[in-house]
Design a binder for this molecule. Structure first.
Ligand SMILES: Cc1ncc(COP(=O)(O)O)c(C=O)c1O
Length: 401
């Protein structure tokens, strides 16, 4: 057995699914429980990761979009280490909680108030709890992925009555949204939307969601986990000009350190005085120090323009390599800062990600590849070469069949 797979085997002994993050399970990475490429890293710097078998990969997944500046970015790392050296928690709140809150509310359009948490799922659960407290109603219409918590999950283990109050609707589907709102009637607490799924939400769909909420008194919630600090500093709401009542941020907010935020209009956010949302380490200093570093970055550089430029270049190169190989059944989707490939055949997708890893680049199976500022010219060359080698090898294999 290769050393790489030894780590996967050791993980499988104790971690029931092989990894604590769903998208890092062997099946999620490579499409099979027997991983056909690296599963564990020992070092990450910029956009490059060193794997347990001594290989170096250019990472196109950037920790599922949690890192938009770069791994181990020196200024952010220094800010975090300085904070750690001075103690990150105590019986009182860290001053950074106030400083980040002030800066966050200055750059996010809907944010008159904010509360910090640790994960995206927590922040979205908090938004829904606030909406339910504010309206005194239960039903939530949702479109998108909002994390693993009960309110939006249809998985085993979720009580039936909880499932009944969550009504999923397809992305960009106005009649479905209208029907769900009509069914919910005076029980509608919120419409929760992930505003980019493969493409930007249509302005008409978003306007309809806004209007339905305005008419019924329900809260419009945007999940800005992937779009915040990426499409624009203030996320989709900044780009679209549509201001939700509540929003949730995470991922790129702290460049890979665990921080999330629920924010919104003061009138709704003040429900936090009536309901209860709290976590022991929500305001610990290391992630807040990282967020300060990210906010500095967004103040000094047009981060979102750069991410769009780099992501656009990345997908143009991969798309060019695909065309040159003559392979069929693979198409490019998404938007420049977050794009992905669709494979008609799951086997072809598995083969591509493992061959690309063999040739030096980690692509995400079935989900987005995310641009980061650390994807420099050298990295783009390496990504193109890895994709090209993988596509050409696949073409060769097809011809040999
Ligand atoms: C849109 C969206 N919302 C919520 C979440 C959940 O965030 P977390 O995994 O940090 O709990 C994710 C995670 O991928 C996400 O993409």
């Amino acid at each position: 057995m290769e050393p790489e797979n030894e780590w996967a085997a050791r993980a499988a002994e104790l971690l029931p699914t092989g990894a604590s993050t769903g998208s890092k399970r062997p099946e999620a990475l490579y499409g099979t429980s027997e991983p056909s490429g690296p599963t564990h890293f020992v070092h990450a710097s910029g956009c490059r990761i060193a794997t347990t078998d001594g290989r170096e990969l250019v990472d196109c997944t950037m920790a599922l979009g949690a890192v938009a500046i770069g791994y181990g970015e020196p200024k952010i790392t220094r800010a975090v280490l300085d904070t750690v050296a001075q103690g990150t928690v105590s019986g009182l709140s860290h001053v950074l909680e106030v400083e980040v809150a002030e800066r966050f509310c200055n750059v996010v359009p809907c944010a008159e108030r904010v509360q910090f948490l640790k994960t995206g799922a927590e922040a979205m659960s908090a938004a829904v709890r606030i909406a339910r407290t504010y309206t005194g109603r239960d039903v939530v219409i949702g479109s998108g992925y909002f994390g693993w918590h009960d309110w939006c999950s249809v998985q085993p283990g979720v009580p039936g009555n909880v499932k009944r109050d969550y009504r999923p609707v397809p992305f960009n589907d106005i009649p479905a949204l209208e029907n769900a709102a009509r069914d919910a009637g005076d029980q509608l607490a919120a419409i929760a939307i992930e505003p980019v799924i493969e493409c930007m939400a249509s302005p008409e769909w978003i306007a309809r969601a806004r209007a339905l909420c305005d008419a019924s008194g329900a809260a419009l919630i945007f999940d800005e986990m992937k779009t915040g600090f990426r499409l624009a500093t203030g996320g989709y709401q900044q780009v679209s000009g549509v201001t939700p009542d509540l929003a949730a941020f995470g991922k790129a907010l702290a460049n890979g350190f665990p921080l999330a935020a629920v924010c919104g209009r003061a009138e709704l956010m003040d429900c936090l005085k009536r309901t209860w949302i709290s976590s022991t380490l929500a305001s610990e200093g290391s992630a807040l120090a990282a967020a300060m570093g990210v906010l500095d970055w967004h103040e000094n550089v047009e981060v979102s323009d750069e991410l769009a430029r780099i992501g656009g270049e990345m997908r143009k190169l991969v798309s060019g390599a695909l065309k040159a190989s003559g392979l069929a059944g693979i198409s490019m989707h998404g938007i420049d800062p977050m794009w992905f490939m669709k494979f008609e055949s799951p086997e072809a997708e598995q083969r591509f990600v493992s061959l690309a890893a063999e040739h030096g680049a980690l692509f995400k199976r079935g989900a987005y590849n995310f641009a980061a500022l650390s994807h420099d010219e050298d990295a783009l060359v390496d990504i193109e070469a890895a994709a090209s080698n993988a596509f050409v090898a696949m073409r060769q294999e097809q011809e040999d069949e």
